[in-house]
Design a protein. Structure first.
Length: 422
């Protein structure tokens, strides 16, 4: 085994069980394992989305992200409205438990109810096994906050996370430990693909079209062909299918800091989904790319943010490294849609954001070995003409045909931010 590809760390992935519903029960002095509580908007009737249900209801087959009318008849339950301030407060209480065991630099919050902890340099200090430390942390969470958690342990972030997602809930202590020996034994058996962390339903369809239906298929697929199809994300998909994850929590925390970037985001006036969101993403990219060009920069990474409807909450923000620095709208669009296909999980969308980050000065025309010089020069010349016209006559003076579609928002947004030409 190549130690450079398979470093040995001690990573915990900890998730709070039925977080919203459990917070509501704890705040009311109720037991989430014996009380039928649903977190949803009580004023939206049967069509309201169930943001969370207690473990008691889950055992009866009630999904946590369904509709009220989908709850089987005959099951009694109580509905309470979501209280984000309560969930943030309880999340902070749990983080304070983690900080009793490790330094902040070794803690990476993944979401409001999930964190990664790096115990690698604490094992000698505590003189306990990783499972013993995990059990102690989970017990402390329950004792101090009333909440219950599950935990995955692994030699890297990826395997710890997947151990938690797929196996931890099966055990009485809520803890599952994976090693590199678990890759072929457990990781490769995951199917369908969307059950693996980091593969959304849209990416699953694209992989299925290549004859890839389970993680083992992905792990054994030609890595070069995946890279040709999906760019650097193809390489990442292959690595993850083979249990490779070189990310270090300290580095993840450092990367949050100060990379210079240009970004744009908006709150949408209605729910969007995969059928019409591409128009909005495209418009975000147009705005950001123009700023990149005007400042004579190129981006080495791009980021996409998708926020779901307030009735559901959540979403994602992910960054991907480009094959080479770029200021091209077409390149940004290709990578942004790869991120969308990979992580979108069919929820109604209300927030979209796009960022070009890790910027460098554009000193000369970058040649792409796979793209003729004439084509690269032609796109640069076209963009220069577009910028000149829009700067002189206003942002609405020259728009893509897609901007005339009913789901487009760029025309109205430009009028509000200085697109003076009609």
């Amino acid at each position: 085994m190549n130690k450079d590809l398979y470093p040995e760390r001690v990573i915990l992935s900890i998730d709070l069980k039925s977080f919203f519903a459990s917070c509501e029960c704890v705040d009311r002095g109720l037991d989430p394992f014996s009380y039928p509580l649903v977190v949803a908007n009580p004023y939206q009737g049967g069509g309201a989305i169930t943001l969370a249900v207690t473990p008691y209801l889950k055992k009866q087959g009630v999904p946590s992200r369904g509709r009220i009318f989908e709850i089987p008849k005959g099951i009694k339950y109580n509905i309470v409205p979501p209280r984000m301030s309560l969930y943030i407060k309880k999340s902070k209480e749990v983080v304070s438990v983690y900080l009793d065991y490790i330094a902040r630099e070794d803690l990476y919050p993944y979401s409001i109810d999930e964190c990664f902890l790096d115990l690698t340099h604490y094992m000698k200090l505590y003189k306990k096994t990783d499972i013993e430390i995990a059990e102690e942390i989970l017990q402390s969470i329950t004792k101090k906050t009333g909440l219950t958690a599950t935990c995955g342990i692994g030699p890297n972030i990826l395997l710890a996370k997947i151990a938690m997602d797929t196996e931890a809930k099966k055990y009485k202590n809520g803890i599952a430990k994976w090693t590199y020996d678990s890759i072929q034994d457990k990781l490769w058996s995951i199917s369908p693909l969307h059950k693996m962390w980091g593969i959304g339903p849209r990416m699953e369809k694209r992989l299925n079209a290549l004859g890839i239906y389970k993680v083992e298929d992905l792990a054994k697929y030609d890595a070069d062909k995946l890279k040709k199809k999906f760019g650097v994300m193809g390489t990442e998909l292959w690595e993850r299918a083979n249990g490779i994850d070189l990310s270090v929590i300290k580095d993840l925390n450092n990367n949050i800091e100060e990379e210079k970037s240009y970004s744009n985001s908006q709150v949408l006036f209605k729910d969007y989904d995969s059928s019409n969101i591409e128009i909005i993403i495209d418009e975000m990219i147009q705005v950001v790319t123009k700023r990149v060009r005007e400042n004579k920069k190129e981006a080495r990474k791009i980021g996409l943010r998708i926020g779901y409807s307030a009735s559901i909450g959540g979403g994602f923000y992910h960054v991907i490294k480009l094959d080479q620095p770029s200021d091209k709208e077409s390149v940004f669009k290709e990578y942004a849609m790869l991120l969308f296909d990979r992580y979108y999980n069919n929820q109604p969308i209300r927030i979209v954001g796009f960022a070009a980050t890790d910027l460098i000065d554009k000193e000369s025309l970058q040649l792409n070995l796979f793209e003729p010089f004439e084509e690269v020069k032609k796109e640069d010349d076209k963009n220069e003409v577009i910028d000149i016209i829009q700067n002189k006559f206003g942002k609405n003076s020259l728009l893509k045909a897609s901007s005339l579609l009913k789901d487009s928002t760029i025309h109205e947004r430009n009028k509000k931010i200085g697109g003076h030409a009609e």
